[in-house]
Design a protein around this ligand. Structure first.
Ligand code: NAP
Length: 308
């Protein structure tokens, strides 16, 4: 079988930090080109836009879209129309419904559309899901607080409409939540804090539940300095589970039970290569739907302006 020849589109922080290394480490995948307005990689064909890549580039089978969510739908549509498999960074879109025509295009063309949720591939997520499956869950609390200046320096798009603000990392927690809980949850209330100069929230508190009335709360904050928190605490009838480090570590009643090196992006590319063999798609919109409902239901407050 020949390698899946992949072009990265949007060569920013996550492309550099994770995608290049993960593609290099994935059997059956080759990085074939980069399309990015300003950035390139030595020794690789470079194009300013995806249109130029598709028109004049070397032969490729797939694109990995690492651009901000607001521009990804049009890029995905162009790539699918050109017969390419498409991998989407999270969140899969700037809106929920914009994914529908992409899903249909991919199915018609028998090409893969893979909406990735990297945090679901963190090493303790599946052990947590398995542990919870045989317990009665009593409550869940998400504490997801990071310093936006450290993790998203100069990323103006995050504060624009469709950029999601604090939900850009918060949706990672929701992607884990929707994987580990046995029943679907939905949002019942939300409080969103918007900096007076921004179009997206800097902090959010969510109340969620499931059909059985499970109490679930989430605190997201981009203003955290000092220790950072990417934790999900689950109380059950037989112990308290703490999933910390964004899904990398699991402890039961304070005792560590699962911890492993981060292979999230390698897992994503392994899955992409596998999906592309048959042109199957994997698009789960559950985390994005929760964020959309938080915006629909959210009580808004204005807070002090954000200066990067
Ligand atoms: P980033 O550093 O801003 O990189 C995105 C790149 O896309 C930019 O460097 C830019 O490259 C290009 N771009 C920006 N605006 C564009 C536009 N209007 N049209 C076309 N290209 C544009 O952002 P990032 O942190 O890599 O995040 C990208 C996506 O990955 C986001 O959805 C984010 O949620 C997700 N993600 C990020 C992280 C993280 O830790 N940073 C982790 C997981 C997932 P050019 O100027 O060269 O075109």
């Amino acid at each position: 079988m020949t390698d899946l020849r992949i072009a990265i589109v949007g060569f920013g922080k996550i492309a550099r930090d994770q995608h290049v290394g993960a593609i290099a480490a994935t059997p059956g995948a080759t990085l074939a080109a980069v399309a990015s307005r300003n950035a390139s990689l030595p020794d690789l064909p470079h194009f300013a836009t995806i249109e130029e890549l598709l028109a004049k580039g070397p032969p490729i089978d797939a694109v990995s879209l690492c651009t901000p969510p607001q521009v990804r739908r049009a890029q995905a549509a162009a790539a699918l129309a050109a017969g390419k498999h498409v991998m989407l960074e999270k969140p899969p879109g700037a809106g929920v419904v914009e994914l529908d025509p992409l899903i249909a295009m991919a199915a018609d063309a028998k090409r893969t559309l893979f909406a990735t949720w990297h945090s679901r591939y963190a090493p303790a997520v599946e052990p947590a899901r398995a542990w919870l499956a045989s317990r009665q869950i009593l409550s869940v609390h998400i504490n997801w607080k990071e310093d936006v200046r450290v993790w998203h320096p100069g990323q103006g798009w995050i504060w624009e409409p469709g950029g999601l603000g604090v939900f850009d990392p918060g949706i990672n927690a929701l992607s884990i939540l929707t994987r580990i809980l046995p029943k679907p949850v939905f949002v019942t209330a939300a409080e969103l804090a918007f900096p007076s100069n921004c179009e997206a929230p800097i902090a959010a508190n969510l109340t969620l539940t499931d059909i059985g009335g499970l109490p679930v709360t989430a605190e997201f904050d981009f203003r955290q300095t000092g220790p950072q928190s990417w934790d999900i605490l689950v109380e059950t009838d037989r112990g308290r589970m703490m999933l910390s480090g964004g899904g990398r570590r699991m402890a039961i009643d304070g005792k560590a039970v699962a911890e492993a090196p981060d292979e999230e992006y390698r897992e994503l590319y392994r899955r992409f290569v596998k999906l592309a063999v048959t042109g199957a798609s994997d698009v789960d919109l559950a985390p994005l739907r929760l964020v959309a409902d938080a915006f629909l239901l959210g009580k808004r407050t204005l807070v002090e302006p954000f200066v990067d």
